[in-house]
Design a protein around this ligand. Structure first.
Ligand code: NAP
Length: 269
């Protein structure tokens, strides 16, 4: 069976990072038509707030409190599904974090956590849930426009998202014959809690020049991401500005890209 697209109607979905931002928005947009939503994140209260907001909608909502940056937390998700008798057919790997500032001055623990969450959790959760995904199934990975270019002062984040896009596009081909649709979404700057948690305590921030042109709402990002999954589109850049930027960044020769990034870094000083 070839995967053409995954229909989210009556889905049993696991959404990571569902306590705020894009993850909570995925829950909001799926709740009127899904059967079950399992919301995963660390903060119990924030998860319960999202759950309360969705009461009265079609979906039964379950909260799974787990730190996905740890092996124990990732195992806890599989155990939670088994305990609650949930057989998912949709996995949305959305949890992720960034760290604004130079790599040299980064806190080792934050860098490790970033890799654990953005790469290891997404990969190992997919690996753990694959055998139990009811077919037809869908996997939607949240990458970033940052996946298309090396980003000084956001180096590990951009590299981790390059992994997510590459991994997703490969899986889309590998899993299609098994009836599993894989899509990834590459949002540009989107107003969520992302910047707050990426900012360091010393106040250093990323350069936001030009970002206003690319910014769209979380609801549009999620609408386009779910549309891509339903149409079987392997990779989507939501919003007109981001879709143009994504195409351009992917076409720019690497040497020219490095020159532009160096100039931008010099202008910052
Ligand atoms: N906002 C943007 O500009 C933007 C642009 C491109 C891509 N993205 C991507 O979009 C995704 C969602 O981010 P967002 O913008 O919605 O930011 P957000 O509002 O900060 O949401 C991040 C979510 O991840 C969860 N999370 C963080 N660490 C976790 C951990 N160790 N274990 C489990 N859950 C964890 C957070 O919940 P708890 O704190 O409760 O654990 C929260 O629900 C990320 O993958 C991000 O890289 C964002």
């Amino acid at each position: 069976m070839m995967a053409n697209g995954f229909c989210v109607e009556k889905c049993y979905a696991v959404i990571t990072g569902a306590s705020s931002g894009l993850g909570a928005e995925f829950a909001r947009q799926l709740a009127p038509s899904a059967d079950v939503l399992v919301l995963v994140a660390r903060r119990t209260e924030a998860l319960e707030t999202v759950k309360a907001e969705l009461s009265g909608m079609r979906a039964k909502v379950l909260c799974c409190v787990s730190d996905l940056a740890t092996d124990a937390g990732r195992h806890a998700v599989s155990a939670f599904l088994a305990t609650n008798g949930v057989k998912p057919n949709l996995l949305i790997n959305n949890a992720g974090m960034g760290d604004y500032g130079s790599f040299a001055s980064s806190a080792a623990e934050k860098t490790r956590t970033q890799i654990e969450l953005n790469i290891t959790a997404l990969t190992m959760l997919t690996h753990a849930l694959l055998p139990q995904l009811e077919r037809p199934a869908g996997i939607l990975n949240v990458s970033s426009l940052a996946s298309t270019l090396p980003m000084p002062d956001l180096a590990v984040y951009a590299a981790s998202k390059a992994y997510v896009t590459s991994f997703s596009e490969a899986l889309a081909i590998e899993l299609a014959p098994a009836g599993i649709t894989v899509s990834c979404v590459c949002p540009g700057p989107t107003p969520t809690n992302f910047s707050k948690s990426a900012k360091r305590n010393d106040g250093s921030d990323t350069n936001r020049d030009g970002q206003a042109l690319l910014r769209i709402s979380p609801s549009q990002v999620v609408r386009e991401a779910l549309g891509a999954l339903q149409h079987g589109t392997p990779c989507v850049f939501p919003g007109v500005g981001v879709s143009i930027a994504g195409r351009v960044f992917r076409m720019i020769p690497r040497g020219l890209m490095r020159w532009l990034l160096k100039r931008r870094a010099r202008n910052k000083d």
